[in-house]
Design a protein around this ligand. Sequence first.
Ligand code: FE2
Ligand code: ZN
Length: 344
Amino acid sequence: MMAVVNRKFYVCRCFFTHNYFVEKFNLHLTYDGTGKLEPTTEQILLDRGASDEDVAGVLLTLRRERERRENLGGKITDRTLQVSQQYVKLHPYLYKIKDEFFSPKFLEIVEYSKSDEANQSKLISMLSKTKCDHVWSLPVFTDKFCDDFVEEITNFEKSICEKGRPNTMNNYGILLNELGFDELFFNEFRRKYISPVVKILYPEWFGLGLDSHKVFTVKYKHGEDLGLAYHYDNAEVTLNVCLGKQFEGGELYFGGMRTEPIDLLHTKPVLHNKSYGILHRGQHLHGAMGIDGTSERHNIIMWMRSSSVRNKLCPMCDDEPQLVVQSGFGDGFTQDGPRFCALT
Ligand SMILES: [Fe+2]
Ligand SMILES: [Zn+2]
C-alpha cells in the first residue's frame, strides 16, 4: 500500500463566476468579473421587481464577493497563521480526536461499518429513519463534547482574530480548518470514522474514497442568520451535526435532487436534535427553516468530497471541472483520472 502525500487539490474555475448568492432576492447568480451585470442577470432582477438602486447594490455585492474569492487562497493562509499564533484555546483537548467524544451508539455504527460482514440493510437498521428517503439521523457526539465545542467557537468568535466565513449563505459560521481542527480532528474523523459508514450508505457518492472535506460551523440566532434558503451543497455527502444550544423551530427541509425540477410544495421536514447528525447526499436540495424567538443553534457542517466522483462533473457548473490550484483541499478536485488509487 502506498500513501499519497502532498496531493494537490483544486477548485473549478466556476468558483470565480458561479453561485453568487444574493440574499435580498434569494437568488444564485453568475458574474463574469467584467464590472457589469450580465444582461440575463439584470433581466432576472428586473423581473423580480428590482429598482435601479437594487441593481446597483447587487452589482456591488458581486464585485466584492468576486474580490473575496480571488484573494481567498492568501487570506486562508494569513488567517490560519494568525490563529495559530494569537488565539488562546479555551478547551485545547477538543482539537485531538478521541473515541470518548462520541456517543457509544455512533462508535458501534462505525465499528459495524468497518467489519467484513457489514451490509447496507443492517447498517440502515442501526440508523434513525427520517421522513425523507436517503436522509438519515444518527447520534454522533456526547452532550459534553457539544457544550464544550459551542464554548470554544463562541470564545473564538470573541477573539480579535480575523474570521473567514463558510460561504455566501452563512454570515456567522466559522471555518474549522482555519481554527486548527483539520489536522488532528476532522482528517481523522473523515478517514477512520465516517468514511466506512458513507461507503456502505451512499456507494455511488463515495466512489473510490472521500479524500477531502470542508468543515465549518453555522449559527442561527435572532439578529444574525435565522434560517437558510433552499440549496444544495458543494459536496458528495454532507454530515450536519446539531450542537444545541436552546432552540425551537429551525428544522431542515428536503425536496428532490438538484437535477430534478424544483418542487417547494412537497418538501419534507427533518428535525434536529442536539448531538445528532443528519447524513444526506450533497446534491439533495434542502434548506433550514427560521428558528423561533430567543433561540440560538450551532451546527457543525461537514461537506465530504470524493475526487473520483467530482473530477468527472463539477456539481456547481455541471461541466467538466476546469482546475485552478488552491491551498488546502480547495473544492476537492484533483488531477487524478480513472487510474486514481484512493489510498488516503
Ligand atoms: Fe446545505
Ligand atoms: Zn465548476
